[in-house]
Design a protein around this ligand. Structure first.
Ligand code: BTN
Length: 262
């Protein structure tokens, strides 16, 4: 089903924290567009959705495969007044939980889980990704751009061969073609609830919710953090959202940013 400005306005109308909807058939990146909006003083809750992207950005400088007509690509401007800089990683964890909650009812008997920090996996394959970009002045958080890609109706064969083994979509898992605006509504509903809970200071609840849907904890991991690689067992995620690893020598190590390698 085609996405359009009017369809999005209609279906997202009951979501009060979305203050503006900006739909584009094509963009380089919805997150870049939100950054432009942020610089012209757009309000928190401004949403940008694109049917397709030519320069979709992923974490760690990677690209995000963004063909038109099949998936969801959207970014939201957040201005989290009162949230300290050190707590911004919790927005990423919260968004991962919201995605799992929003997508789970559409996945039938398949389970959506989170690989630290926020890859949404189904059967070990990535169904959605989150890119959180922060603009700060000193320790003050000016704004956060939450960029989300959800693989909705993409058939597996549409991915380049190297991604076919790692990616999946709601359609590839269930055989069901979902209206993308409906999927967006589900995800935004959970995002709104999680975000307002975070702003009310419920950081422990956010981390606890993340742990409940995580597929990382208790497993052996190899983590790339900067130039360093660490192996061990993922033991915990701390109050700041950092991964705690037990090294083979029994020492515990905390990793704030990084990637779990396959
Ligand atoms: C990841 O690497 O897992 C994060 C992927 C985030 C992709 C989304 S698609 C919409 C938004 N616009 C972008 O350029 N990137 C994010």
């Amino acid at each position: 089903m085609a996405l359009s400005q009017s369809a999005l306005e209609q279906i997202l109308a009951p979501i009060p924290w979305i203050t503006g909807i900006n739909f584009f058939e094509h963009l380089e990146s919805t997150s870049s567009r939100v950054r432009d909006l942020a610089h012209t003083g757009a309000p928190a809750g401004s949403l940008v959705v694109a049917d397709g992207q030519s320069g979709g950005r992923g974490r760690k400088g990677r690209s995000w495969f963004s063909p038109p007509g099949v998936n969801l690509y959207f970014s939201i401007l957040l201005r989290p007044a009162g949230l300290e800089h050190r707590h911004v990683p919790l927005i990423t964890l919260m968004a991962g939980v919201a995605l799992c909650r929003g997508l789970q009812p559409l996945l039938k008997d398949r389970r959506a889980t989170l690989k630290w920090p926020n890859d949404v996996l189904v059967n070990g394959h990535k169904v959605a990704g989150i890119l959180t970009e922060v603009s700060t002045t000193g320790r003050h958080v000016d704004y956060v751009i939450l960029g989300v890609g959800v693989n909705v109706n993409q058939p597996t064969a549409m991915w380049p061969p190297d991604l076919q083994a790692r990616a999946t979509s709601l359609y590839a898992e269930t055989g069901v073609v979902y209206p993308r605006a409906h999927v967006l509504f589900q995800v935004l509903s959970h995002l709104g609830a999680g975000y307002s809970s975070l702003l009310r200071g419920k950081r422990d609840e956010c981390v606890a919710a993340w742990k409940r849907v995580s597929s990382t904890l208790g497993k052996p991991v190899r983590v790339q953090s900067g130039h360093e690689q660490l192996t061990g067992i993922a033991r915990d995620v701390d109050a700041a959202g950092a991964l705690v690893i037990e090294r083979p020598d029994g020492t515990w190590h905390t990793v704030s940013t990084g990637d779990i390698l396959e």
